[in-house]
Design a protein around this ligand. Sequence first.
Ligand code: ASP
Length: 337
Amino acid sequence: MYNRRKFLKISAAGASIIAVSKSAFAKSINKTTTPVLPIVISTWNFGIQANQEAWKTLSTGGRSLDAVEAGVKIPEADMKNHTVGRAGYPDRDGHVTLDASIMDEFGNCGAVAAIEYIAHPISVARLVMEKTPHVLLVGEGATQFAVEQGFKKEDLLTPESKAAWQEWLKTEKYAPVIDIENKQEVPGDHHNHDTIGMLAIDAKGNISGACTTSGMAFKLRGRVGDSPIIGAGLYVDNEVGGATSTGVGEEVIRNAGSFLVVELMRQGYSPEDACKEVVNRIIKKKPDTAKQIQVGFLAINKKGEHGAYAIQKGFQYAVCNQDTQDTLINGKSFYNL
Ligand code: ASP
């Protein structure tokens, strides 16, 4: 049962990862050992709970697509999470606009961008994929489609989000800086970004991915990040693996980030090395900008080997399979200060 599983905090160091639990023993996970399938991985510490939900599907022989949709709906519904879903911080005009994408093992994909009044954009993205001939619906059209599909239209601006926005309005400085530390657990902290990207391989070996966010807090109205852009915030190729990203979406889009990670894995790169190569490319193109921003990639290959790499330290990802449950891994980074 999940509540009996040990919470393992893992730090990536060198060729192997040491998982130290609070119990008397420590377990060594060799990166070269192929993880047991099914498996699910996702970005940031809120990925732990999201993985638990996805695991219910994966552990009972379900499809990875169902697992990733169910998994990311957990942070989407979390009223304390101001960076994903229904309690996300608004744009600079006070509108909560959400972005999401989903991709299955057949290369089908669907996405919504700048959708308003709908609490679960990931489920709308799935219906765009399954019920329309299109890939991406935006703004009012995306909301209209969701309502037609039976989704409830609701005001998503929570009192906390409104208060944070009003605080921001006092200066009204348009400087959408992305925090470079993960301060998610600090109460009252106005953390201004973080996306859940989730990748899962089911018992049949099929890979799916999902990505959902409220994007940059207090962004320009109409701004869309990488998360709903297939190939930027998410990409899956069932022959090779999948990748997803978090951080400053503009840099991810400029470099077709997740697509590139998957293509590098196709050429034989490990998941971590593929993520690292793309992060290095972002840094090389804009070395001065890169010092000030965070971008992180997370990837899994067909065998279930996983890895991550970010510009700044602090990027964590959660892993769940039958061997490593409730596990949080500190991804490596270019800057380590
Ligand atoms: N990638 C997201 C965006 O740019 C934000 C984040 O993950 O921090 O919208």
